[in-house]
Design a protein around this ligand. Structure first.
Ligand code: BGC
Length: 325
């Protein structure tokens, strides 16, 4: 009897191994054949896989990939993490993909990885955030200093009297966030009535932005305006304002056009937002990478559009096209 049970256990174990490894082999084969059936295999390395803003970049990139017979791998950390992003970059070089599109980083290892990729004839593009000191082939994305400057000018135009301003920044190590803040500071520096009283970091999360806003409001009762520098910051700022419910409501300037931001603008909780066009970024980056293979050297810096969106520009959650305004 015991022998029989022993055999049965052995059988179950070996059967499970067979199923597991069989499936793995099948998966790898399937992946390899998907890659092989395309002209190119590009990797798009995101800052945070599930982030709504990055999903829009992915959407645009996938559209262009379909049209150009590219197998596009969208890959990166679950939560923003520079170490993991660098590791993924290195792994994609080792996998010998045909092109890498990656959010640029300040870390000194970033230019080294770009060099490593280029030594292996893998073209590299930065997206959303540049690192012009690296030898990347081209950048597609917002002019972040200019976008921050525009935010500052908007705040000057849209407010009256003395302003005590607080800023929620996505990540202090992200160059696009620093450039936006620098542009913003430049715009307000000569205007006496504009005073920046504090900066807090959200780690690009809504809850981080809400926490930072909560603390800032608790510590400085008289804040008159908030500027949220990354896509979810404006939404978090509103959450904290709703909770604290200050006697006079601060002006809220957000970033990006996520559906919730547009709805908060329509409901007068956010007064304006700086527009970026992530879907266009993704699309353009893939198209330009294909061009690179056709020996047409893409322009080194390719700025996508930016602008200010306010309540009058939105109808039922959608931006009213310019020609209809
Ligand atoms: C920035 C991205 C960032 C995202 C976070 C956007 O405004 O351009 O770099 O990852 O916000 O939600």
């Amino acid at each position: 009897m015991l022998r029989k049970i022993g055999f049965l256990i052995l059988f179950i174990i070996s059967f499970s191994f067979m199923i597991y490894y069989g499936k793995e082999t099948f998966y790898i084969d399937q992946k390899a054949s998907t890659e092989m059936s395309h002209d190119y295999h590009f990797a798009l390395i995101t800052e945070e896989v599930g982030n709504e803003y990055w999903r829009l970049i992915e959407k645009g990139a996938k559209q262009a990939a379909e049209e150009n017979d590219v197998y596009l791998e969208y890959i990166g950390p679950k939560l923003a993490d520079d170490e993991e992003r660098l590791e993924t970059f290195d792994r994609m070089i080792a996998a010998d993909v045909d092109g890498i599109i990656v959010k640029g980083m300040n870390d000194e290892r970033f230019p080294q990885l770009v060099k490593k990729a280029k030594d292996r004839k893998i073209p590299v593009a930065t997206i959303d955030t540049d690192n012009p000191t690296s030898n990347r082939d081209f950048y597609v994305g917002t002019d972040n200093f200019q976008a921050g400057y525009l935010a500052g000018r908007t705040l000057i135009k849209e407010t009256e009297g003395k302003q005590k301003i607080a800023v929620i920044i996505g990540l202090k190590e992200a160059q696009n966030q620093l450039d936006r803040l620098a542009g913003f500071e430049k715009a307000i520096e000569d205007v006496d009535r504009m005073e920046l009283i504090g900066v807090s970091e959200s780690r690009i999360t809504e809850v981080g932005a809400a926490d930072g806003t909560y603390q800032l409001l608790k510590n400085h009762g008289n804040i008159t305006a908030f500027f949220g520098v990354s896509a979810l910051d404006g939404i978090g700022i509103v959450q904290a304002i709703e909770e604290i419910n200050p006697t006079s409501r601060p002006y809220v300037l957000a970033f990006d056009l996520l559906p919730e931001t547009l709805s908060l603008i329509e409901n007068d909780k956010i007064q304006a937002t700086v527009a970026q066009y992530p879907q266009e970024m993704g699309q353009q980056a893939v198209e330009q990478m294909v061009q690179w293979y056709q020996n047409q050297q893409p322009d080194s810096i390719q700025h996508t559009e930016t602008g200010i969106i306010k309540q009058e520009d939105i109808l039922n959650g959608e931006i009213i096209p310019k020609e209809e305004q």
